[in-house]
Design a protein around this ligand. Structure first.
Ligand code: GTP
Ligand code: MG
Length: 364
């Protein structure tokens, strides 16, 4: 599962990527600085890990990770090959969620491809290119399905109706994610096509240093424009955070963050939000060798969670001993939780909860 950073050229995507990951991407003040996507595996900051570390005192601690991809900038006409066009859209298609970066800072020294700072116009430009790409996909599918529909094939007729609904909406500037389908229709006809505008999205407003906590007038406009989208809007002073990130000393970084009014980097919050956007959650294993956060899809079962550690664990799964994170912290150790009767033994159908501390029993 990976989240892609998407937006116009020169809005701070690679700068953001560099805040998130240690893989340094090239960032510079000219459009289309990025061509090949930069991929980074980013630790998910989780205060619960530190708490478990204090209680268990393990040899090492391993955080959960999430993959972030920094993609080249899109411009008007990209869906028709403009700019570096189609190839980038393919890069976006390969991601599972979109972090849409909007320039919300003034700086005459930083080139804006459309000549002025206007995040609403920028958002529309990007949305339109993504919608046009999906429209192309829809039309191709429609061509194929039409013939079968004409011969009376019921499935094909159903699919045709759904594709027509998608087509009409895309033409009206409405993204696939905003449309309603029955669960069966969605699973059978919509999801498999992996429409770009069906991917979950979050907006990252790149603001000036002084607006890191409060946002600014541009951010307010963005909030207003997306209020019906049910999408998170995150405010981040990307340039400033990148500078702070350059400092080696933790105390020093904290000091500069405090100066702009932050307790933790906005990028930490962004990573956690991206993780949620990807529909991921964390369970823990807590042993003296290692305290570790593992990533599973929301809704994963006990065996599927075990399978993240090793496929043998999934195949030979017998049961799981499960302690809720809050209970672990309240009682302070596995033994005390057991004494209190708060450890549960769960079988194959158990649905994992975020924060579960798990121990698997299996045979190979
Ligand atoms: N003033 C200011 N400059 C910024 C900020 N964020 C990024 N920049 C500058 O804007 C320029 C472009 O940043 P990049 O991160 O390379 O932009 P990009 O979106 O990756 O651009 P492409 O790869 O060309 O699509 C660089 O010179 C950055 O230093 C910011 O928050 N404030
Ligand atoms: Mg870039």
């Amino acid at each position: 599962m990976k989240a892609g950073i998407v937006g116009l050229p020169n809005v701070g995507k690679s700068t953001l990527f560099n805040c998130l990951s240690n893989a340094k991407a090239q960032s510079a003040n000219f459009p289309f600085c990025t061509i090949e996507p930069n991929i980074g595996v980013v630790n998910v900051p989780d205060p619960r890990l530190q708490k478990l570390e204090e209680l268990v005192n393990p040899e090492r601690v391993m955080p959960a990770t999430v993959e972030i991809v920094d993609i080249a900038g899109l411009v008007k006409g990209a869906s028709k090959g403009e700019g570096l066009g189609n190839q980038f859209l393919a890069n976006i298609r390969e991601t599972d969620a979109i972090l849409h970066v909007l320039r919300c800072f003034e700086d005459d020294n930083i080139v804006h491809v459309d000549g002025s700072v206007d995040p609403i116009r920028d958002k529309e430009t990007i949305d339109m290119e993504l919608q046009l790409k999906d429209l192309e996909t829809t039309e191709k599918k429609l061509d194929k399905v039409k013939r079968a529909a004409k011969t009376g094939n019921k499935e094909a007729q159903k699919e045709e109706a759904i594709l027509l609904k998608i087509k009409e909406n895309l033409e009206a500037g409405i993204s696939v994610r905003a449309l309603e389908f029955s669960e069966e229709d969605y699973e059978e006809f919509v999801q498999p096509t992996q429409f770009i505008t069906d991917k979950p999205v979050m907006y990252v407003c790149n603001v000036d240093e002084g607006s890191a906590t409060t946002g600014n007038a541009f951010v307010e406009k963005v909030r207003e424009a997306v209020k019906d989208e049910n999408a998170e809007v995150l405010v981040l002073a990307v340039g400033t955070e990148a500078d702070i990130n350059e400092l080696d000393d933790y105390e020093e970084r904290q000091m500069f963050l405090a100066d702009i009014g932050l307790e933790e980097p906005g990028s930490a919050k962004l990573i956690r939000s991206a993780y949620k956007l990807l529909n991921q959650q964390t369970y823990f294993t807590a042993g003296v060798k290692e305290v570790r956060a593992w990533t599973v899809n929301v809704g994963a079962t006990g065996p599927q969670a075990a399978g993240v550690i090793h496929t043998d664990f999934e195949k030979g799964f017998i049961r799981a001993e499960v302690i809720a994170y809050e209970d672990y912290v309240q009682y302070g150790s596995e033994a005390k939780v057991k004494e209190a009767g708060k450890m549960k033994v769960e079988g194959k159908n158990y649905i994992v909860k975020d924060g579960d501390v798990m121990h698997f029993l299996f045979n190979v």
